[in-house]
Design a protein around this ligand. Sequence first.
Ligand SMILES: Cc1ncc(COP(=O)(O)O)c(C=O)c1O
Length: 342
Amino acid sequence: MNSRNLPLFEQFSRKKLFDSPTPIQRLDRLERELETKVRIYVKRDDLMGLGGGGNKLRKLEFLLGDAISQGADTFITIGGLQSNHARLSAAAAAHTGMSCELVLTQVVPRDDEAYRRNGNVLLDEILGAKIHLLAGTENALDFAADRAKVLKREGRRSYLVGSGGSSPAGCLGYANCAVEILEQQREIEGGFTQIIAPNGSSGTHAGLAAGFASVGINPEKISSYAVLNPGKETQFSTHELAKATLALLAPTKSIDLDAIRVSDDQLGDGYGIPTSAMLEAVRTMARTQGLLLDPVYTGKAFAGVLAAVRSGAYKPGEAILFLMTGGLPGLFAYQPAFEEAS
Ligand SMILES: Cc1ncc(COP(=O)(O)O)c(C=O)c1O
């Protein structure tokens, strides 16, 4: 980040949770394996020291900053049973000395022992969060709001965050990351022609888009693979969130819907449901580079990158950047899926 951009983010409360910038690395062995002249890079947002790391810490820096400035003592958030956002909220709250309550919903049709008890769920408990487990039919946000009222009667002050931490304040974390990438790509010959991310609750893509737009760059080079909702729906939600985030940073600037590029080619049968392309991508990345993707987000999105490279969608010599957003604990929750596919 250059000093010109600093004031853009310094106006917001922020709690430092990881060391930045996260590194950008080239996947040279994978390029050879794919026999491609496309230069494939990853931004290692999985390499963060707190709670196992991952993209949610970028959002949590701004959300916790806001919570602290409001004098909150309890951080409440919602998510699926194996939510990485929930795990990192628990870690960030512990690090900050706040209590954490997680309202988790069974939204994925997996009921084996590993899914119910291992991975993120195990870490949530170790990190000291209080877990409220709901059936998929219950409304987690309503439950969380009721819980905040109960805590208020007990004299506590809660800070409530919705799914994935993807509020405009949370998205500032990825707007900041966009500026970080612009700085880092000075070292990359020709710069990145594509920046690719997974898209769940849309905050990562939206934040990146808002960050680019805030410094006058069209965000069309950013694209994402939807892993939660269909492509059009995800494009609209990403656009809405990007506009709301941009309004915080640069209210006179705008983002076109066409500049928000989302594919649902890798969604398969739905959120958290493994695909054969995901299983292959996770193994290919692990066996060529020793890097670990996750089964729900980066595994599916990187399957999209592999398919695009193999089909010649990128030109020889182009440099593309894939955002490794973390989620490694999910591998342990999906152990049976990997075993079946071995
Ligand atoms: C590991 C990982 N990658 C990517 C995402 C998607 O980010 P977003 O919800 O901001 O679209 C998530 C969200 O939960 C995640 O946990």
